[in-house]
Design a protein around this ligand. Sequence first.
Ligand code: ARG
Length: 591
Amino acid sequence: MASTLPSVPDTDPSTCVFDAFRTAIAKRVSEALPLTLEQAYSGVDYGKKGVDFTIALPRFRLPGKVDELANKVISKFEPDEWVESVVHDKAFLHFQLNSQSLVRKVLDQVHALSHLTPSGLPEYGTNTSGKGKTAIIEYSSPNIAKSFHVGHLRSTIIGAFLANLYKSCGWNVIRMNYLGDWGTQFGLIATGFEKYGSQEELEKDAIKHLFDVYVKVNKEAEGDPNIKIEAAKWFKRMEDGEEAALVNWRVWRELSIKKYEEQYEILNVHFDVYNGESMVGKEWQDKALARLDEMGLISDVDGAKLVDLEKWKLGKAVLRKKDGTSIYLTRDIGGAIERYEKYKFDKMIYVVSSQQDLHLAQFFKILELMEFPWAKNLQHINYGLVHGMSTRRGNVVFLDQIIKEAAGVMFDQMKQNEEKFNAVEDPEMVSREIGITGVKIQDMAAKRINNYTFNWDRMLSFEGDTGPYLQYAHVRIASIGRKNPELLPLPPPSQINTDSLASMSHAREIAFLLGSYPDVIKVALKTQEPSGVVTFAFRLSHAISSAWETVIVKGEKDLEKARARMFLFECARDVLAASMRLLSIRPLERM
Ligand code: ARG
């Protein structure tokens, strides 16, 4: 008996069928207790293990004892196509969904929304909450000629995830890389390049060569103070826009970006805009200084300009050097204003290490003091440190070393099982993808702010909740179609009877997890944490693996049952792949 459900604002059963189940629960509760449908709805939470949904009665602050309230709901309760049962447990009401509807409706929805959207993610799980809004997400942002350290790697990984996440929620996303391509160190490199530079080396690997030059000239500068003076003069000429001082620098920048782009591609990370500190105009940097001066916050120390933010417990900071050249902080202020002028963003996110908390707080505060109404839409997404990052060859300074090491360690490990190794079609590609997945999962498995220690062995093991395990889980489920070709293609869902799945607890559990995926994305947007998505991917992998022995496809004689199971696994594979793609991981088909 189908009953139509009332609609609750900000829910969308057509993309998240759990919204409908929650509405069905809320409807009963609002009919039994003096609550509006919306109030009741807001109290419907996921249950603990073994319970579908739970309501904590005290949260409604209703008059009367909890037991009486619970009895009111229970005495009126009759099972229907949505909700099967309710039990009272202390302050809680636990609801179980009708298993047949759960399986049917979830699988139908996953299937109906399985096509890929332009962002490369399937529609299932996505929502349109950000429709019409623009977000700039700035991430990676390495410094040309300095090392690409793990801090940049974290920014790259977390930023790529956030960009996918915002897109999944309907935002128009501008993925921006803000290169450290300006500053006194370029005066230093220019000085050093005259002595140590080689055009040939530069073309071979610009990032490495510039780093080498930088290290050499830095060392020399330690013994010879004239070098720093030279360098500062050179940078001043650059800031003044003197063409002769800029030609080389321009080539360095271009070659470095080219090299980075290759590596980002390997990581499945993409940018819409390569911005950089060098591109920030002077105009707004000057205006910012003038405005802060008016407010009496600027002092002159030996010709340098200092802003005093003590009032907000943000210390003092130099805004302009004695020779008039800009610094990191001023460029960030000018840069934010220019980005607003250009993109009129609704939100701008900076994915930068927590080591720069003070820096970001300072320039956010300055923009607020300048009374830009959009200053409140800036957000710093920070993250903790990574310890112990070294490869078999020593300390890591370049991104390509990290990629090579991950691929190499994985390659060696795969080789140990000769039989399996020989069966892999493209072991180089496979080991690289698994290695990168290991690095990414290790990075996103815990809350961003936590520090962690880089551990090649652990992250590249197939045991435990690791990247390789996740790829393995996907490969295994992807193989099910290859192993049962006679079942494919499946008939349209309306011709598949899923009733047999409802009574199999492992199948039901998979369906429940699939149903929760749109909520996983919504929660991730709220917390801006990748860890919830990682947890989801592992829970789904575990549920699939537990189902393996009982929800059998191969060898099931009853064709109707075999098809239903195949349908379940195909849906599970789609959602597992979607969650991996959201984390910027490319799911493998074979390994
Ligand atoms: N290039 C900087 C660094 O490596 C990170 C830039 C962060 N973004 C910003 N807008 N300040 O430390």
